[in-house]
Design a protein around this ligand. Structure first.
Ligand code: AP5
Length: 222
């Protein structure tokens, strides 16, 4: 029961993937989170990825693919996984397909979250993260009780380096350039389902779950 949540930066993939994880009872894999962990720990992979992430560019395929497949093929994901942020290129998609096929698995659905560019930019530039526990906030839509401070652990809230306006614009352009061919591939295969990523978070989750249920019982996608 592998499910891919795809869409531009800031569209709500992380927010929704966490909710799908709970609803479906399968793990959530975010390559962005994994990469940030590697950067924070100063691993070889993190060191190689950091400059690309700072600029808002995609990290090279060979670095991301090995990291992601290691996790996807781990026993903890044997019953399936909600993929958030992987694959983002055709090369990554081909590697994923053959790895899943080797395990007798396949993508059950590809759900494409969409929102207008101005909404994405506002969501990215207004996002704040707790430096202690990692909880997410937003200056407009998810304010902490005390400005600048986490409701749960009291740590200071920080802005992700790549959420600064100019870098966010670079990320949005990188998405259009490198991920659009991937969308075309899934569209041709008849497995892509477009989901409106605007509005109430709970409503969006319900749209995603309805689309997933419809696709997961349909014909084999790839
Ligand atoms: P990653 O961390 O995956 O970043 P992203 O794709 O740019 O996505 P974001 O995490 O910024 O946004 P999101 O869609 O998850 O939105 P969220 O739910 O947080 O990747 C970071 C970097 O790592 C990449 O730039 C690249 O360098 C590298 N990388 C990762 N994977 C890679 C790969 N496969 N190949 C190569 N490089 C890779 O929501 C955003 C904000 O909006 C939050 O504040 C949230 O509270 C708010 N929000 C969410 N939903 C709503 C709503 N319905 N209404 C109002 N506000 C909302």
């Amino acid at each position: 029961m592998d499910l891919l949540l795809i869409g531009p930066p800031g569209v709500g993939k992380g927010t929704q993937a966490a909710r799908l994880r709970q609803a479906l009872g399968i793990p959530h894999l975010s390559t962005g989170d994994l990469l940030r962990r590697h950067v924070a720990q100063g691993t070889r992979l993190g060191t190689a990825a950091a400059a690309h992430m700072r600029r808002g560019d995609l990290v090279p395929d060979h670095l991301v693919t090995e990291m992601a497949l290691d996790r996807i093929l781990d026993v903890s994901c044997a019953a399936g996984v909600v993929l958030d942020g992987f694959p983002r290129t055709l090369t990554q998609a081909e590697a994923l397909d053959s790895a899943l096929a080797g395990e007798g698995r396949r993508l059950a659905a590809v759900l494409h979250l969409t929102a207008p560019g101005q909404t994405l930019l506002r969501r990215l530039t207004g996002r704040r993260i707790c430096g202690g526990c990692g909880n997410g906030y937003h200056l407009d839509t998810r304010k902490p009780r005390t400005p600048g401070q986490c409701d749960s652990c009291g740590h200071r809230l920080v802005q992700r380096g790549d959420d600064a306006t100019e870098t966010a614009r670079v990320r949005l352009r990188a998405h259009t350039r490198q991920t659009q061919p991937l969308l075309a591939r899934y569209r041709r295969a008849g497995v892509l389902h477009e989901i409106d990523g605007c509005g109430d978070v709970g409503d969006i989750t319900r749209r995603l779950l309805a689309a997933f249920a419809a696709h997961a019982t349909g014909p084999a996608p790839l």
